[in-house]
Design a protein around this ligand. Structure first.
Ligand SMILES: C[S@@+](CC[C@H](N)C(=O)[O-])C[C@H]1O[C@@H](n2cnc3c(N)ncnc32)[C@H](O)[C@@H]1O
Length: 233
């Protein structure tokens, strides 16, 4: 599905339908897939000496990059609305004895009060240290209004020195072949528009941005991605 507004399967609203359809897609996905290494975006972010010690991995899935960050010495909270992804990640964190560094929480980011509480408590446990809000392959997985809620909430809670790190597919990727098909939700947004809003409206200072192929090739696919690092001035 690219963007669906049709209710179905006995769901009451298009939003219910979207949630149900996507939940079962990601439940199946996380049963099949198993990445043992962090992504190239993790490598890029972790090599930046400015990256804070506390990472909030938003839309972490089954924790691929959350685990990589924890193993590199970061303190990590991974959040996702997929019960399958979060359950599996939390059990793995405990069995690998990483749970002092790495926790997971179930949260739908459209629920701003729940997100606010998670971020506030996590920062509190870390004595107010700066946070990196990390979002890999996440912003193309949520509708525009959910993205607006998310970025407004992060901006409201942000303090000087916090980092915003995101990588997502852009409109230049829409007509390419996708290894995992097109049966689940993806929103291909314009990188220049996103960049302008992040800096002019939300007032994050962009320190690095690029839109290109070659950032995260996988099997036969080399998606066009936008990668951005910004800091809270
Ligand atoms: C493409 S996966 C990315 C997973 C991970 N960041 C990675 O790079 O491997 C997108 C994830 O977004 C999650 N997601 C979608 N909508 C969400 C929402 N409203 N709140 C929280 N998580 C959501 C899905 O459950 C899925 O795990």
């Amino acid at each position: 599905m690219r963007q669906s507004n049709e209710a179905g399967d006995g769901c009451e609203t298009p939003a219910d339908y979207e949630r149900e359809h996507e939940a079962s897609y990601w439940r199946r996905f996380y049963k099949q897939i198993n990445f043992n290494e962090g992504s190239p975006f993790f490598e890029y972010t972790t090599s930046n000496h400015e990256t804070p010690r506390l990472i909030i991995d938003i839309g972490c899935g089954d924790g691929r990059d959350s685990f990589a960050f924890a193993r590199s010495g970061k303190q990590v909270l991974g959040i996702d609305r997929s019960d399958a992804g979060v359950d599996r990640a939390q059990r793995r964190s405990e069995s690998e004895h990483l749970d002092a560094m790495l926790q997971f929480a179930l949260c739908d980011v459209s629920d701003a009060p729940a997100l606010r509480e998670l971020i506030t408590n996590t920062r509190g446990e870390m004595a107010g240290e700066p946070v990196c809000f990390y979002m890999r392959f996440f912003l193309h997985s949520i509708p525009e209004e959910v993205q607006d809620t998310l970025i407004s909430t992060l901006t409201e809670l942000a303090r000087r020195g916090d980092m915003f790190a995101a990588e997502f597919r852009t409109d230049k990727d829409e007509n390419n072949q996708h290894v995992f098909g097109d049966s689940h939700y993806r929103r291909y947004q314009n990188a220049d528009d996103f960049s302008k809003r992040l800096s002019d409206e939300y007032r994050w200072r962009i320190t690095f941005e690029t839109e290109e192929k070659g950032l995260s090739p996988y099997k036969d696919e080399d998606p066009v991605l936008y990668r951005v690092i910004a800091v809270r001035p």
